[in-house]
Design a protein around this ligand. Sequence first.
Ligand code: PLP
Length: 392
Amino acid sequence: MKLSQRVTGLTASPTLQVKAEATRLQEQGVDVLDFGPGEPDFDTPAAIRSAAKDALDAGDTHYGPAAGKAALREALAQHVNRNHGGNWNSSEVLVGVGGKGVLFLLMQTLLDPGDEVLIYAPYWVSFPAQVRLAGGRPVFLATDAQQGFIADPQQAAAAIGPRTRAIILNSPCNPSGAVIPPDALRAFARLAAQHDLWLISDETYDRFVYPGYEFLSCAALREPCGDRLVLVNSFSKTYAMTGWRVGYALGPRQVIAGLTRLQSHDATHPTSFAQAAAVVALESDDAPVREMLEEYTRRRKVILQGLASVPGMECPTPGGAFYAFPDVRELCRRTGCSSSQELAVRLLQDAQVAVVPGEAFGCEGFLRLSYALSVPRIEEGIRRLRAFAEGN
Ligand code: PLP
C-alpha cells in the first residue's frame, strides 16, 4: 500500500512509543516503574474541571472562531502582559490544539522548502519532525552538559547562512531542564533582529523553574526582536491539562492570521468547552500551580540524590521542567550496552524501568527520566536502577 513520502519516512514520537511499550507491559501485569511520561501526574485543578462541566451544561458545544475564543485570546494577552510585558493584544494571539498543534502550524506558516531552522540539542522530539514536515531543514547545534546544556547565541551566530529562517529556543528545556539566562536571551533577540530571523520561543515549562535559576520570558523581548518573535506556550503542563489539548502562540498579527487560516482547514480550533475552562485557569487562584512546583522541587531533590548513588550515572542539575537527564556513557560501558537506546531497552527488560533514550532528543549517551511521579515510586525506581548498575 503506497503512502505519501512525507509519512513513509516518519517515525512516531519516541516518547509516545516508550509510553505505549510501558503500557503494554503493565497490561500484562508487569510492575513497570515508568520514568517515561512527559506529563504531570496531578489532576487538573478542581476549578478548571468545574468550569468545563459548566460550559458543557450551558451548551458550549458548537463551532467557534478558528483563532480561538475571543475571551480566551483576550485573557491570554492580558495574562502575558501582566506577567512578562510586551503589550500584546488579542489579535496577536492564536489558540491551538496544544503547544504541539500550534508549533506544527507555525512551521507550516513560516517555512518554505529548503529553509533552515537552528535547533539546540538536546531538543524536544517534535521540533525536527515538524520542521521537516514543512519542507524545512533542521540544523542542530550541540550544547555542552558541562555548561548545563545552555544554548549559546554565538554558536547560532556562527551557524546562520543564507537559508536560515528561524531559531527555536526552549527554556526551560525538555529534556535537559536548562534555563537560558536573560543575557543570552537578549543576545538571541538581537540576532533575530539583525539577521531577519524568526525567534520561536517555546515556554511550555515557564512555571516550573527552581530556586536559584532566573527565567525570562521572550515576551519581554518583543522590541529588541524587531517583531520577529513567536512565543508558544500551553496549558498542558502548567495546569496539568495535557489531555485537554489547549496551547497558544503570540506573535505578529500577520503570523497569527496565517496560523488562523491554516487552522481553519485543520482542527478548526481546540474543543469549545476546554477553551472556556482555560479562561478560568488563567483567572483562578494560582495556588495549585505553586503547589505543583513545590512538589516537583521535592521530587527533584530525591531523584538527583538517588541518581548520584547509581554507579556510572552523572546527572547535571536541571534548572526547570520535571526531567532529569543523566549522562550514562559510563553505565553503558559497564553494562556492555553500545548506546543509550540499547541501555533503555535493557532497563525495561531487566529492571522494568521505563526511560527515554537520549537519541530521541539528539543526544546519545544520556537518558531522560521524568520525575512526574510520586516520591515512593521515584525511590523504588532508583533502587532498581542501582541494582541494575551493580549487576544484581
Ligand atoms: N513543547 C515542549 C518543549 C514540550 O515538552 C511539549 C510536550 O511535551 C510540548 C511543546 C507540547 O505540549 P502540548 O501539545 O501538550 O501543549
